[in-house]
Design a protein around this ligand. Structure first.
Ligand SMILES: Nc1ncnc2c1ncn2[C@@H]1O[C@H](COP(=O)(O)OP(=O)(O)OP(=O)(O)O)[C@@H](O)[C@H]1O
Ligand SMILES: [Mg+2]
Length: 851
């Protein structure tokens, strides 16, 4: 076969406005066929043209990464300092500064690499798949294995995985908003568009990044990866997700610290110069201070904490796609969820098919099942229930002529079918819409009666009675269509009502418990469903969900955004809402200041999932929903989410621990240094000692992400709390300064030590207080009641030991250290102990949260 020979590289002449050519010409040009590619051919093309991926920026080359890190201003300062030290013959300083740079850079690189590897592995575990014809058979392959020439089968809910043209299409409606900005779905039809100059006009083409929201299509892939239209846009934008409230807080804090640092460093530098100290030493000291005052490990601690959080959440069966969503999850105080599959089993069975007299009528089920069987768009569990019901029963041999697929605005499906020369159109859908379309009804004898007001209200009463029992209903209608072979736009009018199909979807046994856990965690649950109000109300009553109020889609349509925002707080149930209204509800809640999660699985949920702070979906959901989500629950169970929330808050608590530690010890150090510069006749520490201090402190903190969190931290949503942080710093910072000053006094007034011993003693004191206080402030409860994670214990005590040992090591004189006496060490130990005891007492005020 010719296509096995040489496949062309996807080239501009094929890719440029490819929709101008007709399908057969493109098939020929791509050396493909309607039955798709041979597997061996596809493999060869994949090797030649690379995987179908966009924006998956290959990991930076290690050298590039290294250079990138060295360009960091802090590191640059250090390197300059090292150069100056080297040039002036201060070999010890030169080596130490270099060691600090290398060590902290390596630490960063290794940790971050591991974090990225975790994130990538998690993402791979939930990669999207597509159905592609290979060797003539439909095969599920990961989207990144798709090549030009592949024939892909698409149905409602799928993302279009590459650029191409339609070889077949049935009611295929595609949302191209991402590409064209056009919010309404466009219909795709087979055929070349020689006139079309933009993708928006190309009705025969399908584009990567758009989504099928109704119907089905078969697509010939013309372009993959970055060569797609979307790829071109995505690469030029390289969109990073918008920062979360937490990240914005961190950024603000960083700026604040940076400003304070510059101020302090200048102050210290000028003070020393004014006092006539050697300029070079003063400069190096000031530089070292700048380095010491920067929480340079913060980005690394954040990534590592988040990656670790993500890994633990994965074992709790929540896959995190966007790491920073973990913050949002911890902060989430409102969870919106759809109904089917989350609160119910989604194991739907048909339990009745009453005709207009309320008694079961087999013809109703038959009509509905024909409709369900021929429906090719979005197969809902309702359709499956109908088909299951009919298996083993005579169904007649019907042939399908046309279909008008389901969409969430019409809420119905129409099928045109023929049986022994009789053509009819069968429509099933949401009861109220169906009743509105019917002019007549069919009674048990087969006679047609007019749909008058009396009959209509009888039918509505019949519906309400079943819905109030929590049963879901679909209306079924039909009409003869003798000469039609297509369903036109107006053909759904003037139908004959046949009856209802009644389904049961039992509430999920585990849901009540999971919901209770989430409510206990301070998360308000709101149910947003496309189903009828009565059904939703019955379900939440069944689950004993503490919800109030009900707003229907019709009512929402009458409210403007402000009016909706005024209502959303007091309403927990939303019924018969359209996909757009789901988005409006989410936006309204966010406008009210809530951090909103949205959980759903359908095409109709995807926009709302996207609009929420935390978009949640489940593993079996449609592609668009999974793509829009930030996190995927591997089990469709809210209990899993409750575990995830706890994990998110724990991650948050640990990051806060590091930040609190950092800001308070930094602020304390600033105060001390400023003071010492003024009163001491010499530098309290040499530049090298400041850097060593900083390095050891950093190393001692690496264990924090592993630590556990207080139960009180997990109890309710927590967000970035600047006020709380400022208060903590304002209390704990000066406290540590106070003890620094006490140490100064002790050293100078009581022990009358020389400069080298002074520095050694102060080095040890400052290290011990900075490091050990983590055991006090890691918990708001009494420090001795909980146990820190072993990793934290090891790193912290390891750091302390290193600091203690330094002045006693043989090369100590090189670092300007001299070993302090036993007496002196004892006195320092007492001071440190006193500091820890007082910190323990003060933390009650410092850690009280304001939120
Ligand atoms: N296959 C179908 N054929 C006909 N009508 C359907 C079909 N699927 C859904 N409908 C109608 O559309 C309505 C909305 O769809 P659906 O219940 O899936 O929305 P939803 O918002 O996802 O609801 P849920 O909260 O239960 O997940 C249904 O209540 C039903 O009346
Ligand atoms: Mg749904």
């Amino acid at each position: 076969m010719s296509r096995a020979l040489a496949a062309p590289a996807p080239s501009a002449d094929v890719g440029d406005a490819f929709w101008k050519s007709d399908p057969d010409a493109l098939l020929a040009r791509l050396l493909s066929a309607r039955e798709g590619l041979a597997q061996t051919d596809a493999d060869a093309r994949l090797t030649r043209n690379g995987p179908n991926e966009i924006g998956e920026t290959a990991p930076r080359h290690i050298v590039v990464d290294l250079l990138h890190r060295l360009a960091n201003p802090l590191i640059a300062i250090l390197l300059v300092a090292a150069a100056i030290a080297g040039a002036t013959g201060d070999l010890a300083s030169f080596l130490i500064i270099l060691a600090v740079v290398i060590l902290s850079t390596l630490l960063d690189m290794v940790q971050e690499h591991r974090a990225q590897a975790t994130a990538a592995a998690l993402k791979r575990s939930i990669a999207l798949h597509a159905s592609v014809l290979r060797d003539g058979h439909p095969t599920e392959i990961p989207i990144n294995a798709i090549v030009a020439g592949d024939v892909v089968q698409l149905c409602a809910g799928d993302l279009v995985p590459a650029d191409g043209i339609a070889l077949a299409a049935n009611g295929a409606q595609v949302n191209e908003a991402l590409l064209t900005g056009e919010p309404y779905p466009v219909e795709k039809r087979v055929g070349a568009n020689p006139e079309a100059s933009t993708p928006a006009e190309a009705t025969g083409a399908l584009f990567h990044g758009t989504s099928v929201i109704a119907g089905t299509a078969t697509m010939l892939v013309v372009e993959t990866s970055a060569r797609t239209r979307f790829g071109a846009i995505a690469q030029s934008l390289a969109v990073a997700p918008a920062p979360t409230a937490f990240e914005r807080g961190i950024h603000k804090l960083g700026m604040l610290i940076a400003r304070l640092t510059i101020f302090l460093v200048l102050f210290v530098l000028l003070a020393h110069l004014a006092l006539g100290r050697p300029p070079l030493q003063s400069f190096l000291f000031a530089m070292a201070l700048a380095v010491g005052l920067t929480p340079e490990l913060l980005p690394m601690i954040m990534t590592v904490s988040l990656a670790r959080g993500a890994r633990r959440m994965a074992s709790a069966r929540v896959v995190v796609k966007r790491l920073s969503a973990i913050h949002d999850l911890g902060e989430m105080d409102v969870l919106c969820t759809d109904k089917t599959g989350t609160l119910t089993e989604a194991r739907i069975t048909l339990v009745g098919h009453p005709g207009i007299d309320g008694e079961d009528d087999d013809r109703v089920a038959e009509l509905a099942a024909i409709n369900a069987r021929f429906e090719t768009g979005l197969k809902s569990p309702l359709d499956e229930a109908l088909i299951t019901h009919m298996t083993g029963r005579p169904q007649g041999d019907w042939t399908k002529l046309d279909e008008r697929p389901f969409d969430f605005e019409r809420r119905r499906v129409s099928v045109l079918a023929e049986h022994q020369g009789e053509r009819i159109e069968i429509v099933k859908g949401a009861p109220e819409t169906m009743l509105a379309l019917c002019r007549q009804a069919r009674d048990r004898s087969g006679a047609l009666v007019t749909m008058d007001e009396a009959l209509r209200s009888r039918l509505i009463a019949l519906h309400d009675e079943r819905a109030a029992q929590g049963l879901r209903l679909l209306g079924v209608a039909w009409k003869p269509a003798p000469d039609q072979d297509r369903i036109g736009d107006t053909d759904e009018d003037g139908l004959i009502f046949a009856g209802y199909c009644v389904f049961v979807d039992p509430p999920k046994a585990s849901a009540a418990d999971a919901v209770a856990r989430l409510e206990a965690a301070g998360i308000r649950i709101k149910v947003i469903s496309g189903d009828a109000g009565a059904v939703v109300e019955h379900l939440v009553a069944n689950l004993a969900l503490p919800v109030e109020g009900l707003l229907t889609g019709e009512e929402i349509a009458r409210l403007d955004d402000a009016a909706l925002a005024a209502r959303v707080d007091s309403v927990d149930l939303f019924a018969r809402v359209t996909p757009d209204q789901k988005v409006r509800v989410v936006r309204a809640l966010r406008a009210r200041g809530h951090t909103v999660g949205f959980m759903g699985d359908g095409i109709n949920d995807a926009p709302a999932i996207h609009a929420a702070d935390v978009g949640l979906s489940v593993d079996g959901a449609t592609d668009v929903a999974r793509e829009a989500a930030d996190m995927i629950l591997l089990a469709p169970d809210l209990g899993v989410l409750a575990d995830g929330v706890a994990e998110g808050r724990r991650t948050y608590a640990n990051i806060m621990k590091y930040i609190r530690m950092g800001t308070s010890s930094n602020f304390g150090n600033m105060l001390t240094m400023a003071l010492a510069s003024l009163v001491l006749p010499f530098l309290p520490l040499t530049a090298v000692q400041v850097l060593l201090n900083n390095l050891i402190y950093d190393l001692s903190q690496i264990g924090i992400p592993f630590d556990s969190a207080d139960a009180s931290d997990l109890e309710r949503p927590r967000g970035w709390d600047m006020t709380g942080l400022v208060r903590f710093t304002a209390i704990m910072g000066p406290l540590s300064s106070l003890f620094d000053i006490a140490t100064f006094a002790l050293l100078l007034e009581i022990f009358h030590v020389d400069v080298a011993t002074f520095r050694s003693a102060w080095f040890i004191e400052s290290m011990a207080t900075q490091i050990l206080v983590v055991f006090i402030i890691r918990t708001a409860r009494p420090a001795w009641t909980g146990r820190a994670h072993i990793a934290l214990v090891v790193t912290a005590l390891g750091g302390l030991l290193a600091a203690l040992a330094l002045p006693f090591l043989p090369f100590a004189p090189l670092l300007d250290f001299a070993p302090p006496s036993g007496m002196l060490l004892g006195a320092i130990a007492l001071l440190v102990l006193a500091y820890l005891v007082i910190s323990e007492g003060m933390k009650r005020f410092a850690l009280r949260s304001t939120s």
